[in-house]
Design a protein around this ligand. Structure first.
Ligand code: URP
Ligand code: ZN
Ligand code: ZN
Length: 453
């Protein structure tokens, strides 16, 4: 048998183990794993790791926030993702007040369909206006929205009773709630207090969002979810205090999972002390915290407490970050990470011994795919989509706007040195990145309607 593509001589790394074998690909699928396979095209992976394509389950592409829209659209964002080895992402639908959930989903799908170069799915956001639309949850669930985003902060904030209703409806439909957990009452009180004291600079952003109240919000939503008997996934955990709540709930047998993101694993709040717009750029929520908090997250990572690592990729350009920076609370929140996540977690996580290569693949590929029911993604097995990364563990890269392919005119990782970078990215059997050259066609990405239930 001659396969369309064989990847030869590489070390296959999965969540459950590593071994040397050839990989055979026919059409869009992995069709063989064995020795001495022959292909029409042969990719030599000597010295490289062969991993599943990475899965990023938390991104905001062309997302409107107030008067701004996040900088990467479905084309530039998905292309940058692919350059860094990510082959699937989950973005968000944010319905307008008068729209049905299905109309909103279709609109967002149409936007992605024209542009995305990799496969994708959406979380459905349930804000206050959607509480009157909860009977539509089963309908969009059938259309591929397996997960539903609930905010405990911002204008989209749900109070405890509203959270109760939403969690119950999502749970009854078989969906997975994903939650932005922060204590908004405390945050708004501290923002008001700090502004009244003249504390207007970006350094007051993290100081208005204390870690203990992120932890308290995590505990709060877990207790409501447990009461209505639904699993819950906690987004963008920024501090040890918050992951500790997830750990405690798991120990009590609650089906709770948690993610963190590169900004909390690579950056610290000294960045807010920089002059001018530089201090405003890293504003995101929950905030980037102290070095001690970062070290604590890595310790929890080593202990196996996190289920997934996603990006929360949501950059705004320099001029937008600068426009309203006279008050820290007016700076649009979000940072870019979509391209660097997979290699950077390898570089620091595996390179410095915090996690094994198999845990790296689990956190960035397999576990996110499983959690969100992406049944043909995130693993290397016969029958799975041939979403594959050939990863050179020795390749060095210094991150900067020059070397990354994201649209924002800044990166918080400027100068960060990474060891390990993808050489090939394949999406459903097609080589879309080869030696840092992108070759996929715009719009080739597919909406992933089917999911494991
Ligand atoms: O500041 C952030 N993280 N912006 C993106 C939206 C969110 O809260 O996830
Ligand atoms: Zn959030
Ligand atoms: Zn987000």
């Amino acid at each position: 048998m001659v396969y369309d593509i064989v990847i030869k001589n590489g070390k296959i790394v999965t969540a459950s183990g590593s071994y040397y074998a050839d990989l055979g690909i026919s059409g869009e699928k992995i069709t063989a794993i064995g020795e001495n396979l022959e292909g029409q095209r042969s990719i030599d992976a000597s010295g490289c790791l062969v991993t599943p394509g990475a899965v990023d389950t938390h991104v905001h592409l062309e997302m409107p926030i107030g008067k701004y829209t996040s900088t990467d659209d479905f084309l530039s964002g998905s292309r940058a993702a692919a350059m860094g080895g990510t082959t699937t992402f989950i973005d968000f639908v944010e319905p307008e007040e008068k729209e049905s959930l299905l109309e909103a989903l279709q609109k967002r799908k149409a936007a992605a369909e024209k542009k995305s170069v990799i496969d994708y799915r959406f979380h459905m956001t349930i804000g206050p206006p959607e509480l009157d639309k909860l009977d539509q949850v089963p309908l969009v669930y059938e259309e591929g929205c397996q997960s539903f985003k609930l905010y405990m902060a911002y204008g989209l904030k749900l109070n405890d009773g509203e959270l109760y209703k939403a969690l119950e409806a999502i749970g009854q439909a078989g969906g997975l709630p994903v939650v932005h957990a922060e204590n908004w009452d405390i945050i708004t009180t501290l923002i008001e207090k700090n502004l009244a004291l003249g504390n207007t600079e970006p350094r007051w952003h993290p100081r208005s969002r204390p870690a203990e109240f992120e932890a308290q919000a995590v505990a709060q939503v877990i207790s409501i979810a447990s009461y209505v008997d639904t699993p819950v996934h906690i987004f963008h955990i920024s501090c040890p205090e918050a992951i500790e709540q997830v750990v405690a709930a798991k120990e009590m047998g609650h089906p709770v999972t948690g993610e963190t993101c590169p900004q909390y694993l690579f950056l610290n709040w000294d960045l807010f002390e920089r002059e001018g717009v530089e201090g405003a750029l890293p504003v995101c929520s929950p905030p980037i915290r102290s070095q001690e908090a970062q070290d604590g997250l890595w310790a929890y990572m080593s202990g196996g407490s996190f289920d997934t690592i996603s990006t929360d990729h949501c950059p705004f350009c320099r001029s937008e970050k600068e426009a309203d920076m006279s008050q820290f609370n007016r700076i649009p929140g979000g940072v870019p990470s979509i391209e660097m996540r997979f290699p950077a977690i390898y570089s620091k996580g595996v390179g410095e011994g915090f996690i094994t290569e198999n845990e790296w693949v689990n956190l960035c590929c397999t576990s996110p795919a499983k959690l969100f029911g992406l049944k043909e993604k995130g693993d290397i097995r016969v029958g799975m989509d041939a979403d594959i990364v050939v990863f050179d563990p020795e390749k060095k890269k210094t991150l900067s706007t020059e070397t990354l392919h994201e649209e924002a005119d800044w990166t918080p990782y400027e100068g960060l040195e990474i060891t390990g970078w993808p050489v090939f990215t394949l999406s459903r059997g097609e080589v879309i990145v080869e030696n840092e050259t992108f070759s996929g066609e715009q719009g080739r990405g597919r909406y992933l309607k089917d999911f494991a239930r």
